[in-house]
Write a protein that binds this ligand. Sequence first.
Ligand code: FEO
Ligand code: CA
Ligand code: CA
Ligand code: CA
Length: 608
Amino acid sequence: HKPVPQKAGKLTFQAVAPNTADAVTIPPGYQTSVVLRWGDPVVPGAPKFSLTQQTGASQSKQFGYNNDFVGVIPLPGEKNRALLVVNHEYTNEDLMFPGFVSQDALTSDQIEAAIAAHGLSVVEIERVGRTGQWKPAKGHRLRYNKRITALSTEFKLTGPAAGSAALRTAADPRGYTVIGTLNNCAGGVTPWGTVLSGEENFNQYFVGGDAVDAATKTKFNRYGITTTARYPSGSRKWDRVQERFDLAKHPNEANRFGWIVEVDPLNPGAPPRKHTAMGRFKHEGANVIVARSGHVVAYMGDDERFDYLYKFVSEKKYIKSDAPWARKHNLSLLESGTLYVAKVTGDSPAAEIDGTGKLPKDGRFDGKGVWIKLVSGNRSFVPGMTAADVLTYTRLAGDAVGATKMDRPEDVQPSLRTGKIYAAMTNNSNRGVGANAPADEANPRNANKHGHIFEIVEDCGDHTATKFTWSLPIVCGDPAAADTYFGGYDKSAVSPISCPDNVAFDSAGNLWISTDGNALGTNDGLFATPIEGKEKGHLKQFLTVPKGAETCGPFITSDDKSVFTAVQHPGEITGASVEKPASVWPDGDYAKPAVIVTWRTDGGPVGS
Ligand code: FEO
Ligand code: CA
Ligand code: CA
Ligand code: CA
C-alpha cells in the first residue's frame, strides 16, 4: 500500500499571536464574518428573537445555543448553495435569561427554550459573490431548513440493541423511538452526504439516579450519572417540564442517549437515527472513511479521563453512486457491523517514560496497537455480556477486555489524503495522580494539562485491519517548555497550543486543530500544521476566539476557499450574566454563540 503523499501546499499565513481580546482575530489578508448566531431564524416563519420572551416554540424555529460541530453539505448541482449543519451541545442558562437566579426560578417556558436550544440546525447558505464568504440563503423556499431539538424531535433507534429491554420506556414500550438528542458535540460528514453527531455528556440531564436499584447504579456510575442525590450538582431540573428526565420514574430513559446520531439533511422529512451498532458512551463524534474493501470505517472517541478509542466497521459495503437506490443502501451502512476498542503499547522501555514528557531514547512516543473486537452483528465477544449489553454499556465492555485508558479522546478523524487517523487527546489532570493510571508511552505526561495528538497508521493501510502502529506527532503546550514536541520541527517557529479538541483537514492534507480550555492563559483558537514531510509540526495559530469561548468546527470547504468555525460559549466565565457579560461578542451587547466563516481576501486557498 502506498499512501498518497501530502501536497506541497505550504502554510504561508502569518500566525496570530496569543491574546485575550474579546474578538475573533485572524491573519493579515483574511476576512471573517458571522454566518449564524444564537436566536437567528432557521425555520421559515421563526419569530424575531426576544431575550425576554423565549419559549420552546420560538427556540424550536431559531438557531440553538452553543454551536459545536459544523458540516457543510453541498447541494447537488449547486456551487454557490449548500446546507450548513450545526450541533448545539448545551446551554448556559445564566447567559441566556436576563435576571437569572437559579434553575428553580426559571419559568417552564424558559426551561423548554433551553431544552429546544439543544440539538442541531440545518440551514441553507449561499456564497457571497465569488468569495469564500457565505451567509444564510434568503428569498426562496428554504425547504431544507430544520431544527432538530431535545424537546420534541422523534429519533429512530437502529441496530442490534434497538428494541432491547434496556431501551424500552413507558412512553416507548417497543424501544425504537426516542424524543430528542442531547449534548451533541463533534461529528462528521459521511461520503453519502449525511451528518454524524456524537451524544456526549448526556449524564448531566437526568435526576433521580439515587432511586434506582444497585445493579443499575453501577451502570449509571460508569457513565457519570449521579446516584447519590436526587439532583446532580448544577442540575438543569428538566424533570420540571418533562417527567422522562426523572430516572426514579423512568430509569431506562438515560439508556436512550449516548449514541451516534445520523441526520440526512438532504431529506428533511426523514427521522434522524441513533445507531446502536456504534456503541454507547460519551461520544465526542464519529468520522467515516471508506476502506479499500468498500466497508465503511468510523473512528470514535469517548471523551472522559481514562476512557477509550473505538472503531466501527460496517457489515455492508459502500456503493459509490448518488443514484437513489445506492443512497438508500449507503444510509443503512451504520446500522450493522463490528465494534472494536483500542489497546496500545509503547515500543520504548517503561523506565524511559518518566511522566514528564521527556522523549524516550528512540526519540519518539510510538508503538503498536490492536483493535479488540467487542461485538459483531448480534454476536458478543465479551464474556457475560449479550450483544445488546455490549452496545448499551460499551464502557463496561471496554473495561472487561482491558482497553487502553487514554487522556480524554475527543475528535478522531482519518486524513482522506494519507489514510492516517488523527485523534485529539485533550488533557487529563488526573493522569498519574493518586491511584489513577500513571503515564505510559501513548499518554506520556502525568497531570497532562495541555494534551496531545495521537496518530494511527492501520496495518497495510487497511482501515478494516485489527492491528496498527501509532505515534504522537504533537505533544501540546508552550513550545519553549521541554515537555512539548512538534514533529521534530524547530520549536522557536511554532505557536503555543493547549487542549486540542477538534481536528479537520484541508484538501492538501494539512491538519487543522481547534482548542477548548487553553491552559496557557490566553484565548482558545484554531491552528494548522503540515503533518507530513519537512514542514511536519510547523504549527501556527490561524485565529483566536473571544473571551470564555472554545473553538469548534472547524470545517474547510472542499474548494479550500472557506473555513467555518463555531465559537462556542463566549463569555462563559463564573459570575457572568446577561447584564454583566464577560464577553459582548459578536454584537456588542451580550455574548452569543455563533458560527463564523473566514476566507482569503484574494480568494485563494485558506492557509496556504
Ligand atoms: Fe464536548 Fe469532548 O467536547
Ligand atoms: Ca518509542
Ligand atoms: Ca469537543
Ligand atoms: Ca472539549
